[in-house]
Design a protein around this ligand. Structure first.
Ligand code: ADP
Ligand code: 5GP
Length: 203
């Protein structure tokens, strides 16, 4: 039984909670799920691949895309622009593919409003102390940036209440299992399978 359109999962977390690690695991485990590559004006980090992790563009290019209405949502975060292409998202979903979005809460809320759909998952670190430790061991940012990310974490945590699911990323394997379980369960929701169910009954 196949749903007509794809579903999308939005994952948000304070920076350093382990969201990238968990998203990577989920994508490896689920070939039907594709990562929604955002646009950003932030410079690439070592190991980041343009067109895969992000579409890296200049601030001017990003602003021109805002003016052309290309983004279903965009934000300015840590001094850089981040945004999701509405067209890319709609095309992927209409062709039946499932999408994973890694976006922060303001963008997540805008996507929820625009599509009136989606599965919203918030990743929590085991504690704020552990969050700071993970930010520091990631090792590619200055102390000032780490402090700013930590301060932002507190305001993002205030948004947790409207998300559908919360995962505490204590043990990475266990947290990855929980994220996969959410995706698998959402694929089985009756309202995603209405058309296939009708066909099934009419056969
Ligand atoms: P985010 O994408 O949320 O900023 P990352 O996935 O980059 O976070 O993880 C931040 C750091 O914490 C990385 O060094 C990562 O290896 C580590 N990490 C992630 N999950 C766990 C975990 N469950 N236990 C210990 N360390 C973790
Ligand atoms: P980073 O610079 O660490 O890759 O990302 C910083 C923050 O921006 C993360 O919280 C990430 O989820 C968020 N982000 C990445 N892409 C988008 C996007 O397209 N839209 C929004 N709103 N946030 C994004």
């Amino acid at each position: 039984m196949m749903p007509e359109t794809g579903l999308f999962i939005v994952v948000s977390a304070p920076s350093g909670a382990g969201k990238s690690s968990l998203c990577r695991r989920l994508l490896e485990a689920c070939p039907k799920l594709r990562f929604s590559t955002s646009f950003t004006s932030r410079p690439p980090r070592p190991n980041e691949v343009s067109g895969k992790d992000y579409h890296f563009v200049t601030r001017e290019d990003f602003q021109a895309r805002i003016e052309r209405g290309e983004f279903v949502e965009w934000v300015e975060n840590f001094g850089h622009f981040y945004g999701t292409s509405g067209k890319a998202m709609t095309q992927a979903l209409q062709s039946g593919g499932d999408l994973l979005l890694d976006i922060e809460p303001r963008g997540a809320k805008a996507v929820k409003r625009a599509f009136d759909d989606g599965v919203f998952v918030f990743i929590l670190p085991p504690s704020l102390g552990e969050l700071r430790r993970r930010l520091e061991t990631r090792g590619h940012e200055t102390q000032a940036v780490i402090d700013r990310r930590f301060a932002q974490a507190r305001s993002e945590l205030a948004e947790i209440g409207w998300y559908d699911y919360v995962i505490v990323n204590d043990d990475l394997d266990a947290a990855a299992e929980r994220l996969k379980a959410i995706y698998v369960a959402e694929q089985c929701k009756t309202n995603r399978l209405r058309d296939s169910l009708k066909q099934f009954m009419n056969e």
